[in-house]
Ligand binder design. Structure first.
Ligand SMILES: [Zn+2]
Length: 500
């Protein structure tokens, strides 16, 4: 090495040392600055609000809820006035604060991927105050990354618990499904899904008895819950005894209230059942519906509810879905519904086709029977609430004319129409939902330490459940979306829907 090279090397070394010290210095400064930020954390305070905290307590007037990062830091009477000077304040005078709502039955990936859920479902849910969803069947490859994006803060969205693909028989009713035909496969599929990160297992209508009970057994052994439809070949009482944690859409329930359930089960495979059609014949379906209605027994209904109560079986009636199926065509839903503008063309087209199918060949008598069955469903739901069977608020969005987000407010109204108090209906979408998910420690009520998922309302939802849809602001993971932000999101969905 010659002299000049050596000198050069030394000088570079000095420079490197200098850069290193500079880096250390800057890092120290950044750390100090960050520490300072953390001490004077950006806080949000909703002041002078009427709190409906969903703990079961009556509304409390003139309260302040302090939010730091994504948690509720304090809930105090506003007079105590300990809001930090640096907090952003939302004036809650004449307003009502409830916990963020949970739609316990949605399909985020049913409207096409990837934009279907991100540009359509997610903003509609948030704009309607929904901060938690239970995804009841969808594509794991799309759902898991979406959930990660939301949890990492990259995207604003609801908390998601999910099932991934359905477990169904052959042929499966919906996609994505894993077709399960024997015990070994049932056991393998349940274990595999759990390994892939699902929160629970979703069972579908067309499972064989063997496959269904094997799924029940493996889920139990793996400490996972299984939920979904009562399969056509299994009675609702059997499903309840087997430990199915929630029954969706009252599947098998009205049949279980029949004085002639065995006959109806035999005939089910000659008829088409609701939305899952096996041997499709509209006439047979309507005959079957008529028989179901005529043999409805209140005594049998109460025996079944006792079974649900004893086994801790939850129910997600999705009355909004049942009502759409009961009153298709010109009766329901309204084709001029203002919310249609938020629905992408492709989805709208599917909805209309489905409606035409439901309506095909239906006579006045058929409509009367469907309406009669809807009345029975509402009767059963009312009795569930009365005797203490656990009920969850869910919608099946985006099923035909079940408008994502908005539909949960329809469901709450239908629960009230069925005999729930507005408080009980709201609990089905908040505290009870959290209880079902085993998340009562972190969500479902407005209490110190819980996640800051909140909905600020202009009017009292206990006076009229429809007021739960009169949203002034939504707080999700501590981030406030005011009315202007929510309207901006809705406008973006409208533009997306027009272009897709
Ligand atoms: Zn569903």
């Amino acid at each position: 090495m010659n002299r000049s090279l050596l000198k050069n090397f030394r000088r570079n070394k000095d420079l490197r040392a200098c850069a290193l010290w500079l880096l250390v210095g800057v890092s120290v400064l950044v750390c100090v600055a960050l520490g300072a930020c953390r001490r004077g954390q950006p806080a949000l305070a909703i002041t002078h609000v009427t709190l409906i905290d969903m703990t079961g307590a009556p509304p409390q007037r003139d309260m302040t809820v302090l939010i730091v990062r994504d948690k509720i830091a304090a809930v105090t009477p506003s007079e105590s006035d300990d809001v930090p000077w640096s907090a952003t304040v939302i004036d809650g005078h004449d307003k009502y604060l409830i916990p963020g709502l949970a739609d316990m039955h949605v399909h985020l990936t049913a409207a096409g991927e990837p934009s279907g859920s991100r540009e359509f479902m997610i903003p509609l849910l948030l704009a309607n105050g929904i901060t938690t969803v239970r995804d009841m069947g969808g594509y794991l490859d799309a759902l898991l990354p979406l959930r990660r994006e939301i949890e990492s803060g990259k995207r604003v969205g609801p908390r998601i618990v999910l099932a991934g693909p359905y477990l169904d028989g052959n042929p499966p009713a919906f996609q994505p499904s894993l077709v399960v035909t024997n015990k070994v496969q049932a056991s393998d599929d349940v274990k595999d899904l759990i390994r892939r990160g699902v929160d629970f297992i979703k069972v579908q209508s067309n499972l064989s008895r063997d496959a269904y009970f094997a799924i029940a057994e493996t889920s139990k052994a793996e400490h996972a819950s299984f939920v979904g439809h009562v399969p056509d070949r299994v009675t609702a009482a059997e499903a309840s005894e087997a430990g199915q944690r929630s029954i969706e859409h009252l599947t098998g329930v009205l049949r279980g209230c029949s004085s002639d359930e065995p006959k109806l089960m035999r005939e089910q495979f000659l008829a088409a059942t609701g939305r899952e059609k096996h041997v499709s014949s509209a006439t047979r379906q309507d005959d079957w519906d008529g028989e179901l209605l005529q043999t409805f027994s209140e005594e049998r209904a109460h025996a079944l509810l006792e079974e649900f109560l004893a086994n801790g079986t939850w129910q997600t009636p999705t009355l909004v879905l049942l009502r759409n199926d009961a009153y298709p065509g010109e009766h329901q839903p309204d084709a001029n519904d203002a919310r249609l503008k938020y629905v992408p063309q492709a989805v709208r087209q599917r909805w209309t086709q489905n409606l035409a199918q439901l309506d095909a060949h239906a006579t006045a008598r058929d409509y009367a029977e469907r309406a009669g069955l809807m009345d029975k469903s509402e009767y059963v739901v009312r009795e569930m609430q009365r005797v203490g069977v656990n009920v969850l608020a869910g919608t099946d969005s985006p099923a035909p004319f079940v408008y994502p987000g908005f539909a949960l407010h329809d469901e709450l109204a239908l629960l009230v129409e069925s005999g729930f108090t507005p408080m009980a209906a709201l609990q089905a979408a908040t505290s009870r939902a959290a209880e079902f998910m085993g998340r009562s420690a972190t969500q479902g009520t407005i209490e110190k330490g819980k996640f800051a998922d909140l909905v600020l309302l202009d009017e009292n939802p206990l006076a009229d459940i429809r007021n739960a849809g009169r949203i002034r602001a939504v707080v999700v993971r501590g981030k406030a979306l005011d009315r202007a932000a929510l309207d901006g999101m809705l406008a973006a969905v409208e533009r997306f829907a027009a272009a897709h």
